[in-house]
Every structure is written in structure tokens, then in C-alpha cells.
Write a protein that binds this ligand. Sequence first.
Ligand SMILES: [Zn+2]
Length: 506
Amino acid sequence: MAQPKTQAEQDRMKRCTWAMIDEDQTNIHRLSDTIWSFAELPMQEIRSSKLLADTLENEGFEVVRGVSGMPTAFVATTSHGTGKPSIGILAEYDALPSLSQTAGCLTHTPLVPGGPGHGCTHNAMGATSAFTALTLKRVLENEHLDGTIRLFGCPGEEALISRPYMVRDGLFDGLDAVLDNHGADEFRPVAGISYSGMFSFVVTFHGRTAHAAGDPWHGISALHAVELMNHAVNVLREHLHYTARVHCVIPEGGRSPNIVPDWATVWYYVRDSDERLADDLRRVLLCAEGAAVATGCTHDVRIYTGIHQNYGNRALARLMHENVSRVGMPIWSDEDVRFAKTFQKTNGLKPLGMRAKHGSVLSRSAKEFTGSGSSDVGEVTLVAPTATLLFPVLPRDVRGHHWQTVSLSATPIAHKAITAAAKALVGTGIDLLCDPARLQPIRGEFARLQRRMPYKSYLENDAMPPTDLNREAMEAVRSIMEPHYVTSEAKSSGIGNYGFDSPADS
Ligand SMILES: [Zn+2]
């Protein structure tokens, strides 16, 4: 049993490890750029998950692929001595549709028109997580420490799919702490109650086809049922609490106006606080039922996912913050700042450049919640103490889920952010491995949360992850994207570099 270590020993360990991270960073930057170039849609992250899993396996992690019925989900583990404490690390690597963009380009310039792109920095996040896990493994070995490092490859985050299924299968059981990260324009941990709970589901209406002009009286339009459902939901919207967010798309609404569509689908996200979510879902599903009755259609509902809000552990976030303070913001070069400001100016944003200072813990309470996006990290926060580190991949105020973020997620700025985030996360890991007392407040806070919010999945027992999601869309663009893959050092060094003409006034 090697632990606990003195403060001086921990400090020495951090200094050595951070130097090691500086030495290894180029490989990890390339890993991030490669995943950026794969830009695979949720549940179709075949190459991205393989690259991450192979990288960890080659360094001695034991990798289990295809967990919880999802081919692109995996768990990579390394365990030393007693195996305790046990630290989890979350990794994401999926991209968003229609956001293809050339890296480091100031204006909208798709690499593959209509193709996907990393509009939420998940490439940098996947690489940061892998970097953290690989480095902590070396710390365990070099310092003869006891502990387990377990990286969770979580696909389909943009569709919020994987983690409720992984939690249901008990994959996060027994972890002492879980380190999460997300790209942002700031460097600070976030804790407390954030994000919306969410249900994602598809309603399929079945009608009867007919010649739309010859004998429409024999037809039952499934598209009309979709229209009626959407109208009913829009009327309902007035009476939902202001924390609710409800939105949909119509993936299938018929193929030709002269044929009455006998089937149509509508895909909904219903989001709200955990307090209100189930009732919102009930009311939206009544709209579907009403639309079916009114049109004479039948209908069925396929729930893709159901997730909770995020309950980040404040004590763990404070520990992360100590390490963020020690690491400090990346040192931005004049060129980084000039590029950031030019990008902002070109795109109608205030030319604020990069943030110069890291932030304090962003601690949120239930009272402040006014509605927001969602993350399935929330599921994990309810079964293991978890906190998220925001790290500065982006210049200030750049738009998320937008080509702007795609453009900026594979630049020297993003690379520096990855290195800084890995140092802060590894530093947090060292604290947890070396000093069991650090775990006490984290455990205490988590025990209180579990008493208040015992975990109960929103999923039905027989729910299955939608592994077919985005398959056709991804297969349609893979071969066109392939020539742009960053598969060699030469290609990596060219991507995202600032090839812009710097205006004199920037
Ligand atoms: Zn994201």
C-alpha cells in the first residue's frame, strides 16, 4: 500500500507529470485532429471509437468494446495494487450533422458540403480524456500507487443516448470519482444542478395510401397526423412551465404530393427539470394520441433515450479548481490572439480574443434553473460523484453547434487547451490517488445527493439503444470525407494553422 503521499511528494509528482504531458502533447493533438477529421455522427463513431480504444489498448489498458449493446461504446481499464481508489474518466467523440467546415478558416467554408462536423469540440474532449487516462496510468506505474483508472467511451452524446444504457448496466458502479470535461471558451469546473432532463422519442403514424387526386377519400394521411400533433404541441407550449424546451423535426413526411402518405414520423426532444419532465412527456404524448384519433391513423412511440439533469459534485469541482489554478490558462501567442480577434470580427462578434484568466467553480443551484440544453453526463452524476471541467478550446462567445466551433476545434488554440485540461485533470487524479482524505467530502456530498435523489432510470426495462441512428446519413458521406482524413503527421501539421491574411488593424 503506497498511499498516502505527503504534500511535497504530490507536488513533485505533479511537476514531473506535467513535464511528461508537455513532452507527449503532439501525439494527442494529432489524435484530436484525426477524430475531428472523421467527424462521425452519433452512434456511427466507428473510426473514432476504434482509434481511442486502440490507443488505450496499445498502452496496456484492458478494453471491452461494444458495451451495453452499442458497437461504438467501450470501457478501458487499468488497475494496480488494491485497485482503490477507482477513478472514472468520461470520453465523447461524436459530431453534428451539416456542420462540415475547413479547420482554422475565418468564413463558412465546408470541407464536404452537407457533411458532419465537430461543432461541440467533442474531438478535443475525447483526446483530452484519453491523454488523462494514459498519463494517470503512467503515474500509477512510476509511483507504485494503488488505484484503478477507467475510461468510458460514450457514443451518441449529441443525441444523449449512451449513458442511461451504460448506467442501467451498472458500468459506473463502485467508482470513487468521475472526471468529465467539455470544451468551452473558459477554463473552470462546473458543479451543482445544470442542464435539462430530456426525453428523445420518435412517433410514427400509420395511415392508408391513395391517389391524392384520384380517390383521396380512400386515403388516411399520416403526414396530417404529424401536422396535427405539432399544432397541438404548439398550443400546449403556452401552458408549459418556462423551464420546458420542446422541439422536433420531421424525418419522414411522404415522398410525393400525389400519393397520400401512409406513414410519417416526427422526432421530438422534450426537456425540463427532473421535477416536471415526466409530466411534460405525458402531455406531449397525449397530443400524439389526439392527432391519431382525429385523423384515423394508428401510431407508435419509440423512446430513444431518457436522461436526468446534471448534479455535479461541488467538492470534486473544488479539487479540480485547485489544479486549474496551479496549471493556469494556456499561454496564448500573439498569433493565437490575433487570429481569435480576426475570427470574432469577421463573424460579427465582439473582438474580445481569448480569455486571459481561468474562472472559479461555476456552481449552480436548482433555483437558478431557467431551462437549457442537456447532457447525458447527468445520469453518471447520480450514480458516482462527478464533476465537469470546462476548458478553453474556443475564443470568447463563439457559437456552439455551429460551423464556427468546427473551424476552431482543430487549431493551435484547441491544442493548447487540450494540454492544459489534461494537466488539470491529471493533477486532480493525483490528489485523489495520493490522499484518501480528499475523497471524504466528495463521498459525503454524494451520499446526501443519493438520499435526496435515489437513481431511477427513465428507461423502460426493455429499452434498447438506437444503434441504427444516423447510419444511412453517415454511410452517404464517408467516402467523400475520406480524402480529408488526418491520418499522417504531415496532414496533421497542416490542419487548422492560421493561414489568414492578418489585417493590420487586428
Ligand atoms: Zn457537447
